[in-house]
Design a protein around this ligand. Structure first.
Ligand SMILES: C[S@@+](CC[C@H](N)C(=O)[O-])C[C@H]1O[C@@H](n2cnc3c(N)ncnc32)[C@H](O)[C@@H]1O
Length: 279
């Protein structure tokens, strides 16, 4: 089957579908990219043409198709200790600050966690902090990793990574300390670092109330894809489930400024985080 090109009105319909389903706003310049990815799915799902795939999406009765389409349009790019500074800030500033209040438990949310490197990097950071500062942070730890994509969450839950993924941010020392080599050239994270982390499928457009409250929220490299209104909505709802004095860590090019007044910027030598304002 030769590839078909999306008409302007099909492209506009599809943009609407994507924004309603997962918040992602596609610019005019993504027409070619979207066309080529949807053509691939047209073949994978054996539709006769692109129009048939779009009709099926509109009818919304095939959850698997919807999931594959959203997967094809989102980027799952991630790495261990991505950008380093959030984890250095955690170790040097945020964990000591949170520990001072002697919490009965410590809860951290990694929203839009992709294949798990972010929540597991958080788990390693807390573990290393506890090793270095015995008795300072003894509260039970719970890290909740969420994403819209069941596909990436299955990889996260398995916690087995290939050499290439390990090479993106795991030092030789951490690899020998925290991973065991399993089938082929894959590396499995040890149970001690997996056990505080649980994964669940959450679309950031939907309610967070079932997640409970958190001391720290990582929401990195996903807000950039959303409209201003949606950024305001998401940041406001995140502020409502942060404990007093809790922190929000965003991606390097993201900020609540102009979207949500519930946070104040806190500058540390290694970077910037956002703290819930006291009311
Ligand atoms: C670029 S990755 C960021 C991963 C990680 N936070 C990091 O910074 O390395 C973006 C993730 O956001 C997820 N995502 C996109 N739209 C979403 C939505 N509406 N709700 C939840 N997750 C979403 C994607 O599936 C993808 O795994």
């Amino acid at each position: 089957m030769t590839d078909q090109v999306l008409s302007k009105s099909q492209y506009d319909d599809f943009r609407h579908f994507l924004e309603q389903s997962c918040g992602i706003v596609l610019g005019d310049n993504k027409h070619y990219l979207v066309t080529s990815r949807l053509n691939r799915l047209t073949q994978e799902f054996s539709f006769t043409n692109l129009g048939a795939l779009l009709d099926a999406l509109k009818k919304n009765n095939d959850g698997r198709l919807k999931e594959r389409v959203i997967d094809a349009m989102t980027t799952n790019e991630t790495s261990w200790f991505r950008d380093n500074y959030p984890f250095e800030l955690m170790r040097e500033n945020l964990l000591p600050d949170l520990a001072r209040n002697k919490p009965s438990r410590l809860r951290i949310w990694s929203a839009a966690c992709s294949t798990g490197q972010e929540p597991y990097s958080i788990s390693m950071t807390v573990h290393e902090f506890q090793q270095k500062n015995p008795g300072m942070l003894t509260a039970p730890l719970e890290i909740v990793g969420t994403d819209i994509s069941g596909t990436v969450l299955n990889i996260a839950k398995a916690a087995k990574y290939d050499e290439l993924s390990i090479a993106r941010g795991i030092t030789e020392q951490r690899r020998s300390q925290y991973f065991t080599q399993v089938e082929g050239n894959r590396w499995q994270l040890i149970d001690k670092l997996r056990s505080p982390v649980r994964f669940t499928e959450i679309n950031l457009l939907q309610s967070y109330t079932l997640l409970g409250r958190f001391d720290l929220i990582f929401c990195r490299n996903v807000l950039i894809y959303f409209s201003s209104d949606l950024k305001t909505d998401i940041l406001t709802r995140m502020s409502q489930i942060l404990n007093p004095g809790g922190y929000l860590i965003l991606g390097g090019s993201e900020s609540p400024t102009g979207y949500c007044r519930a946070f104040e910027m806190v500058r540390f030598p290694k970077g910037v985080v956002y703290r819930l304002k006291s009311s």
